[in-house]
Design a protein around this ligand. Structure first.
Ligand SMILES: [Zn+2]
Length: 357
């Protein structure tokens, strides 16, 4: 029942692949593979374009949870998602007949790294649809490089359907709605610290397999809800709330490195785990934490305890997930990885269902 933290938009993904022969590349929404014998270079641009209209040839159709296709070099693509809507995670898989050195997706003006199996033939990646994404058709570009240095690009379309989030009215202490002026600098510094964390990308995947719920019990479906605090509208709720008694152990939902363990004004005692590749978990309102900054934690390691510190109306766990800066539903992350054929899923959890409040 908290409002979580403020909106932190990741802006650290300005580095994208660009081909010098970009004129050879098409924006076709069909599954097309373009092999361009060009030297790729890393350059700071934000050139990913959103297509206004797409053809029905796109294989990524809403309501079709898993699809596949073949391109001219024989690369097959599959995807899986609970739904293609704001706040959802889309898992994508590429199978190539020859090893690839690199593969990543560019979508929503962000970059989502893919990771290979040990053959370099099978790649997987997660794409986040931010909770405030407008419905419509968006281009997903899969950009890769073959072993011989040949660049390739596949262009697909992701059709995001509308999602309506509820509005919730909460009463909190007035100091969390209108902080005293002397607190504003602290709040600004904490906001900037979080922004920098979520904008950075560890170039290594630290998580393995499925994510598990950090506390027992069913979470509420408050992700994405529009909060009205003491009659004043606030930003969308960017986490999932798990109601649990104070002192309930909070376990790492997957492996990663603790990059923040501190008391923050709004989220109270807070722990952030960097799962690598731009994927982060934030846990807020803890009564206390055992995790230390810089510590590497395995899945299910206790990192802290449920509490009601910061802007909370009662004991609960606030779990927020950032994926390449997008704000996505943690339950979507749990569900999509548990349901896919990912090759490294030790102790995979069953998908969890959100419960409406
Ligand atoms: Zn919350």
């Amino acid at each position: 029942m908290c409002n979580g933290t403020r909106i932190f938009t990741g802006r650290g993904f300005s580095t994208v692949w660009q081909s010098r022969n970009q004129n050879l590349l098409s924006d076709s929404s069909r599954l097309c593979v373009f092999v361009v014998n060009a030297v790729y270079r890393m350059t700071k641009i934000n050139c990913w374009r959103r297509l206004g209209a797409v053809t029905a040839a796109a294989l990524f159709l809403s309501g079709n949870p898993s699809s596949s296709g073949q391109g001219s070099p024989g690369i097959g693509i599959k995807q899986h998602a609970r739904s293609v809507q704001p706040g959802e995670v889309v898992w994508m898989e590429a199978r190539s007949p020859q090893p690839l050195k690199k593969l990543e997706a560019a979508a929503f003006k962000r970059v989502f790294p893919f990771y290979p199996d040990n053959t370099g033939l099978h790649w997987e990646g997660l794409i986040g649809i931010d909770l405030e994404t407008s419905p419509g058709s968006y281009t997903v570009e899969l950009l890769g490089m073959q072993d011989d240095g040949t660049a390739l690009k596949l262009t697909r379309t992701l059709t995001v359907k509308e999602k309506r989030f509820v509005t919730r009215h909460l009463k909190v202490e007035e100091k969390y709605v209108t902080p005293r002026p002397e607190l504003l600098e602290r709040i600004r510094e904490e906001s900037e610290r979080l922004r920098r964390i979520f904008a950075s990308v560890t170039p290594e995947r630290l998580w393995r397999g499925a994510f598990v719920a950090p506390v027992p019990g069913s979470p509420s479906s408050s992700f994405g809800s529009r909060s009205v605090l003491n009659d004043q509208p606030r930003s969308a709720h960017s986490g999932a709330d798990f109601h649990a008694p104070t002192g309930t152990p909070v376990k790492a939902p997957n492996a990663g490195k603790v990059v923040l363990a501190a008391e923050l004004y709004y989220s109270g005692n807070t722990v952030i785990i960097d799962h690598g590749f731009g994927l982060y978990s934030l846990f807020g309102h803890l009564s206390g934490f055992t995790a230390k900054e810089g510590e590497e934690v395995p899945r299910t390691k206790v990192i802290g305890y449920v509490g009601d510190t910061g802007r909370a109306t009662g004991p609960h766990l606030h779990w927020a997930v950032r994926l390449s800066g997008t704000r996505v539903d943690p339950l979507s992350l749990i569900a999509v990885l548990a349901a896919t054929t990912t090759t490294d899923k030790p102790g995979a959890a069953k998908p969890q269902q959100a419960n409406d409040k």
